[in-house]
Write a protein that binds this ligand. Structure first.
Ligand code: SAH
Length: 258
């Protein structure tokens, strides 16, 4: 049978089932086959799938097995959803899945999602880009089993300052702190925060500085499913209004306000 519907790669968001997009939710509500990333996708979202929808957890499956489910489902004319945590474009390993679909001439689309970094910023109630403090956000990870290209070494990224958000790295926090300090811009006093399971009911927030954050998260027992955020912007709360945005400044005219 020819493929009738593109395979949909859907971002499930960070955990809270209300943080999926309307489009992603509608895709789930129409799905006939769902393959979801079991470790971080909230199973409550699967309750949105219609009765009779076939649901698979991809955690115990390898790439080929996942692909077979998607490809065979699509070729059977079914509406197939591949549900990924956060946004599928970040550490989602969707490229290799899309390559395999391409190789079989199968069509697919991507529906974005709220990535963990923005759920963490929301949990912290913190803007990550503050005038005259930080205008750049770097999303990266520490090198683990997956290598990081040499020009993106954390010490080099840290030499730019700004706000850095680390995925998949909380288990290596000591190494992360050492590399961040090696950049020569951040110091032991630079604010740092760790958000565990942002937007889930058991969310935990730990705040500190580069000199004490490792100890604090060890004490809190956080070893996975957390983001590390670092940079002066994180310490701006309560520091007064010296770095206010020009956008809302009374003396700043722009296209919509003269
Ligand atoms: N595609 C996902 C990231 C997948 S990699 C996204 O866009 O968010 C998995 C890593 O993401 C975890 O190790 C953790 O660092 C981070 N992560 C995912 N969900 C999270 C959450 N709710 N709170 C904190 N960190 C989270």
């Amino acid at each position: 049978m020819p493929q009738r519907h593109p395979v949909l790669f859907v971002g499930a968001g960070p955990g809270d089932p209300e943080l999926i997009t309307v489009k992603g939710l509608k895709a789930l509500q129409r799905a006939e086959l769902v393959v979801y990333a079991g470790s971080l996708v909230n199973p409550a979202l699967l309750g949105e799938c219609p009765a009779g929808c076939e649901i698979h957890d991809s955690a115990p499956l390898n790439l080929r097995q996942t692909h077979r489910l998607l490809a065979d489902g699509a070729r059977a004319g079914r509406r197939v959803v591949r549900l990924h945590t956060g946004d599928p474009a970040l550490y989602g390993a969707i490229q290799e899945q899309m390559d395999l679909l391409d190789a079989e001439g199968l069509d697919y689309e991507v529906i974005p999602g709220v990535t963990a970094a923005f759920a963490a910023a929301a949990a912290l109630k913190q803007e990550l880009t503050l005038p005259e403090v930080s205008q750049t956000l770097v999303m990266t990870r520490a090198e683990g089993r997956t290598p990081v290209p040499a020009p993106e070494r954390l010490s080099r990224l840290a030499a730019n300052g700004g706000t850095i958000c680390l995925y998949l790295s909380v288990g290596m926090v000591e190494k992360v702190v050492a590399e961040l300090l090696a950049g020569g811009v951040f110091t032991g006093r630079t604010p740092a925060a760790v958000v565990y399971r942002a937007s889930w009911p058991d969310e935990k927030i730990v705040t500190g500085t580069l000199s004490d954050i490792a100890g604090k998260i060890a004490k809190a027992g956080i070893r996975r499913q957390a983001l590390i955020l670092v940079g002066e912007a994180l310490g701006a709360r309560g520091r007064g209004l010296q770095a206010r945005s020009k956008l809302y400044d009374a003396d700043f005219t722009h296209g919509f306000r003269k």
